[in-house]
Write a protein that binds this ligand. Structure first.
Ligand code: NDP
Length: 449
């Protein structure tokens, strides 16, 4: 193959999907190159899930250090040092960036640390001017934060910049009601900022079970986070002292130190040369692909957020793996998008798999819902009036568990295991037959009545 082309596979974008596809294709014997214009690792590793989770851990100490007193510990002189946490997190991001690069190197993948553009059906031109050819092209360029357009919008930042702040803002306004908005509302609130979350609609976390969303809202209000629903930006002006005055519909203007946009992500498709190759795109610019991640052009594929299917890292990784196994491993493989578990690392976190109660009622007809609304042992001792909520949705006709939805401490850790059971189609009777581990929070799921 490589006699006619420089490479068997050229991947544009070294994020979660692109790295997995390149590494596995190389392991299958392909000659592979990858181009990355920023840092190997992509959004998740460099400025997404990974550093965010580290901040979530750091933030939780705010409550743990208060609760410590009820567990017999007096902690004198606690001080939060943001630059220390920020820099330690960035050091680890750099370590992971190195590991990802090493993985590609170990598999003999050529890395071009520059932008690549498709300039012919099988031709790519790098920013340096070098031209290469490839039998297959994989587009894995991900997505970037959407920034709403209005006068003064340039005064706000996105999740790209939030990890590098000089200082924690006294007052922060977060726009959006999804994953990033709720996660950073929790983080900033625990770090001591006064947080206000504004959203264009009156809903948080659309798609998650209503009872959990409502519980998160109640707990967030109790923790002191303000909410402004049905609010759209009108303008932001810079005022004295480096502060920002934000004007929005339906509310009085507010003055804050920082505005963070968390209003969704848009596929990175600009300047890729898609029109040169005739690659079809959808309404939001996303690259349209079939179930094997193939575009309308036979030798061009796309995986991950740039296709706007399910914008989650583990899904992009599976798409990259399936692509490599299909094209270079001789095993046609598709990704199963049913029963994808997910989590929001809010304070407290939410985790979910399968159908929500509403979805189940619409699709199955007869549904049984089991619920546990409880205060964890830790919160009881801590004197913290924060309740967890676990919900199980069961198909009444077959007894099959079709959804589990949880909010509370460690919910994502607990749900990962239970997601296997839901995906495997186990019944409520199977859950009931499983002996509890006592005392745990997770045991609630095998004791539901
Ligand atoms: P989300 O899609 O989760 O939420 C976007 C929010 O912004 C919604 O509340 C939406 O409102 C609002 N919104 C959308 N478009 C506009 C607009 N034009 N103007 C004003 N508001 C708007 O996006 P995020 O930015 O929070 O995260 C991006 C993606 O990254 C997520 O979809 C998720 O897939 C992924 N992610 C996953 C995480 C995880 O797994 N824990 C963590 C962080 C990100 P409305 O509800 O009205 O549509």
């Amino acid at each position: 193959m490589a006699d006619t082309y420089d490479f068997d596979l050229f991947t544009i974008g070294a994020g979660s999907g692109g790295v997995r596809a390149s590494r596995v294709a190389a392991a299958h014997g392909a000659k592979v190159a990858v181009a990355e214009e920023y840092r190997v690792g992509g959004t998740c590793v460099i400025r997404g899930c990974v550093p965010k989770k580290m901040l979530v851990y750091g933030a939780h100490f705010a409550e743990d250090l208060v609760d410590a007193q009820r567990f017999g510990w007096d902690v004198e002189g606690k001080i939060f040092d943001w630059p220390r946490l920020r820099d330690i997190v960035q050091d680890d991001v750099t370590r992971l960036n190195g590991l990802y690069t090493q993985t590609l190197d170990n598999h003999g993948v050529t890395i071009f640390n520059e932008r690549a553009t498709i300039t012919g059906l099988h031709e790519l031109t790098l920013a340096s001017g070098e031209v290469v050819t490839a039998k297959y092209i994989l587009i894995a360029t991900g997505a970037r934060p959407h920034v709403p357009e209005f006068p003064g919008s340039e005064h706000g930042i996105t999740s790209n910049e939030v990890f590098h702040l000089e200082a924690i803002p006294e007052k922060v306004l977060i726009a959006g009601g999804g994953y990033i908005a709720n996660e950073f509302a929790g983080i900033f609130n625990e770090f001591g900022s006064k947080v206000c979350l504004m959203n264009r609609s009156d809903q948080l976390l659309r798609g998650y079970d209503e009872a959990l969303r409502d519980r998160l809202l109640q707990i967030s209000l109790t923790k002191g986070i303000d909410f402004r629903f049905n609010a759209l930006f009108e303008k932001i002006e810079q005022i004295e002292g480096g502060k920002l005055r934000v004007h929005m519909t339906n509310y009085e203007p507010c003055e804050v130190d920082l505005v963070l946009y968390a209003t969704g992500r848009v596929p990175n498709v600009e300047g890729l040369g898609l029109e040169t190759a005739g690659v079809e795109q959808g309404a939001r610019g996303e690259i349209l692909v079939d179930r094997f991640s193939k575009t309308n052009v036979d030798h061009i594929y796309a995986v991950g957020d740039v296709t706007d299917r399910v914008q989650l890292t583990p899904v992009a990784i599976r798409e990259g793996q399936a692509f490599a196994d299909t094209v270079f491993g001789g095993t046609p493989t598709t990704v199963d998008y049913s029963c994808v578990p997910s989590a929001v690392f809010s304070h407290p976190p939410i985790a979910s798999v399968g159908l929500t109660e509403g979805e189940a009622r619409n699709t199955l007809g007869s549904v049984k819902v089991y619920q546990s609304d409880f205060r964890s042992m830790k919160n009881v001792v801590a004197g913290r009036n924060e309740r967890s909520l676990y919900k199980m949705v069961v198909d009444a006709a077959t007894d099959r568990v079709v959804g589990i939805h949880m909010i509370g401490q460690d919910a994502p850790e607990i749900l990962q295991g239970f997601a296997v059971a839901v995906r495997a189609g186990l019944t409520k009777a199977d859950f009931d037959a499983t002996v509890a581990i006592h005392p745990t929070m997770a045991e609630e799921l095998v004791l539901l009545k």
